[in-house]
Ligand binder design. Sequence first.
Ligand code: PBG
Length: 314
Amino acid sequence: MRRLRRAGIRELVAETRLSVKDMIMPVFVDERIDKPIPIASMPGQMRQSLNTIAEEAEGIEELGIPALILFGLPAKKDEMGSSAYARDGVIQKAVRRIKEATDLVVITDLCLCEYTSHGHCGLVRGEEILNDETLPILGRIAVSQAEAGADIVAPSGMMDHMVEAIRSSLDDAGYRDVAIMSYAAKYASAFYGPFREAAESGFAFGDRKSYQMDPPNANEALREVKLDIDEGADIVMVKPAMPYLDILRMVKDRFGMPTAAYQVSGEYSMIMAASERGWLDKDGAMLEALTSIKRAGADMIITYYAKEFAARSG
Ligand code: PBG
């Protein structure tokens, strides 16, 4: 077996290859700032301002990365998350600026949690997270993001029937070509910790366990994914990535759909923190993690490491 492990030959027989073309860069845009500020919990990541977002996107495009996914931090939050669908909301403005400046594929995270005062992904009554009452709002957000120029909307709130509500709202408004990347199997994970600081999307009460999936469950992930495909999802996502490689493989094998994996904030920051202490080799660990995600069946990977990967490989 060792004959093929020599330098040079090893590359020839590699079964999995990472490409910058697989990668999607997450970008945070904050309406309240006028220059980028670093995100302490995610070394190397910044919150962009509306002034700097076009330039940031141009840099991403120059690196050869095909797509970005946008997260917004609005100036004001309310019970209904109304700035999520405002015509001049932070995401809507950012999308317009990016589309004017680049040919990047623009994906918009579609959720209420960054826009609601209580921080949950749905409307609430008392401490209950409402499902069906939330759906029309998700449809409205989708239409406003499509109107701004989003190519793909990515619902991440794990409300039942969110894909159907979004697909029919988009179609009714004439946005038949806007695709849906559904966060189909999204787990209630401890690995989102650093993101909650990045996007200020912590919640006022409770947790997300009544809508995000329970980590022990795999068959349920297949039911979640099937539901989203039946309702019109074009791309399905498994999130987080590395703790759920088994789910990724099952989803890819079962459905053969374009499948995305999200290497989430905790997966990123864990490697960054260990490498700051000299305990892990940062690039080695990142490349191994990303390779494992692709090997498990991901066609595309949302990763905070996309820019660094591209800079190294280009
Ligand atoms: C919003 C959303 C979250 C992430 C992406 N979209 C946070 C959450 O669900 O709590 C997490 C991304 C990351 O950790 O990198 N629904």
